[in-house]
Design a protein around this ligand. Structure first.
Ligand code: NDP
Length: 403
């Protein structure tokens, strides 16, 4: 019997909660709390209709630690799954420590006033979680999340060492809108407009945002322009796969997206510092979020596929010299929508969040302290990806990326 409390009621939460209800042998009692209770109720109604399972819902401001502690004590879950926003990571971890319960999330902490995400704030909780006999699992989405499990699977089954790693994230979906982001617009735009950073010879190399571009032909999607970006799993991979000479992250963007983003940036609409408007301080990026389509509303119109994976080069385990492998998942937006009512970007994040929770609740992944995906055996996680809607494939390439 495992009681679970999920925080946040956006697209990722919706997928995770649907998938938990579809795995009722593991998640026997599901509770959902968020800032806007009506959004929790809408998810609960869809889950009831699709699976017959009842979900209890609550209103909570996750930044109010005492209120969170009360809610956790009332429900008494084995695990709190944080699918709200990165800003809430630390208050929810504080509440978990005080109430004595395990923690999981899909995105690392980011202070509201600075577009800078780093693991240091959450890694600093390691001793307190360990001393309290609790476990926190960080970053169990697709990227971060599955991309690290992919790298560790290659390291376990194909490569003795990883010399170079490239993570390629392609969303080949078309939502029919001139400009929209497929997860929280504020978080997405902060990430995309930050300088690019990659790991090379033991150090971070910084380049201006969106300044390095290459074309890549993605299976089931076709050729797309992908841009060098910083992404949070590079930090944990650099720590837990220390032999890597180079690790990079690439994401595809269409010309329309780039054009709109450039204009928005040039006119100051992506600023995260407050400006005075008619006597009231407003943050332009937060105002922009309010006028952009809700990512969860894009599900019914999005067509196409996502293709996300890792290309790793290193010494083959079987002693046959240097080899390159490409491991990836392809996810169809329309199929994802049919199953849970959400598009593939929410689906590819919500399913791994559910799987990470399943790893903890079934005891397949155990520990005391704060952990990243790279620290656990990838096999049971990878098996569940295959059975829970995100099947993966691996193939050998003639060599690493030519750039
Ligand atoms: P949404 O913006 O759709 O949903 C966020 C939810 O959190 C909303 O329901 C929101 O409430 C709620 N929330 C915000 N602030 C609070 C608060 N103070 N207290 C309680 N609830 C709050 O985001 P997504 O579903 O797209 O993304 C969820 C998370 O997943 C994010 O952290 C995102 O960064 C991460 N992510 C990770 C990916 C990965 O691969 N690892 C990929 C994509 C996303 P309200 O409805 O009132 O606004």
């Amino acid at each position: 019997m495992s009681t679970i409390l999920v925080i946040g009621a956006g697209g990722v939460s919706s997928v995770a909660v649907h998938k938990m209800a579809m795995n009722k042998d593991i998640f026997t009692d599901i509770h959902l709390a968020s800032r806007t209770k009506t959004k929790c109720d809408a998810i609960a109604a869809s889950v009831k209709q699709r699976t017959g399972i009842d979900i209890a819902t609550y209103e909570i401001d996750a930044e109010e630690v005492p209120a969170m502690v009360n809610l956790i004590r009332r429900i008494n879950p084995k695990l709190v799954v944080n699918l709200a926003l990165p800003y809430q990571d630390l208050p929810i971890m504080d509440a978990c420590l005080e109430a004595g319960v395990d923690y999981l999330d899909t995105a690392n902490y980011e202070p509201k006033e600075e577009a800078k995400f780093e693991y240091k704030w959450q890694w600093a909780y390691h001793d307190r979680f360990r001393e309290n006999g609790l476990m926190a699992l960080l970053g169990s989405g697709f990227d971060p999340g599955v991309t690290s499990a992919f790298a560790m699977w290659l390291k376990k089954h194909k490569l003795k060492t990883i010399r170079t790693l490239d993570i390629l994230d392609c969303n080949g979906g078309d939502h029919g809108q001139a400009f929209a982001t497929n997860f929280n617009p504020e978080i997405n735009i902060r990430e995309v407009t930050a300088p690019a950073r990659h790991w090379e010879n033991g150090d971070w190399v910084e380049t201006p945002a969106m300044s390095v571009r290459h074309e890549f032909n993605f299976e089931d999607v076709g050729p797309r322009n992908m841009y060098l970006m910083y992404h949070e799993e590079l930090e944990s991979l650099a720590r837990f796969v220390p032999e890597m000479e180079r690790a990079r992250f690439w994401m595809t963007f269409g010309d329309e997206y780039i054009k709109h983003l450039t204009v928005l940036q040039n006119v100051g609409m992506t600023r995260i510092d407050p400006v005075m408007y008619e006597g009231k301080a407003i943050v332009p990026l937060q105002f922009l979020k309010a006028v952009l389509p809700e990512p969860s509303s894009l599900g019914s119109t999005t067509k196409g596929k996502t293709n996300i994976g890792d290309i790793a080069t290193g010494d083959a385990l079987d002693g046959t010299g240097e080899k390159t492998f490409y491991i990836y998942n392809i996810c169809d937006h329309e199929e994802a929508y049919r199953e849970t009512g959400n598009q593939a970007v929410s689906y590819t994040t919500g399913v791994p969040a559910m799987i990470g929770a399943a790893m903890m609740l079934t005891g397949k992944w155990q520990g005391k302290g704060v952990f990243n995906m790279e620290q656990f055996d990838p096999d049971p996680y990878m098996e569940m990806l295959n059975t829970q809607g995100l099947p993966w494939q691996v193939k050998e390439l003639p060599g690493p990326l030519p750039f």
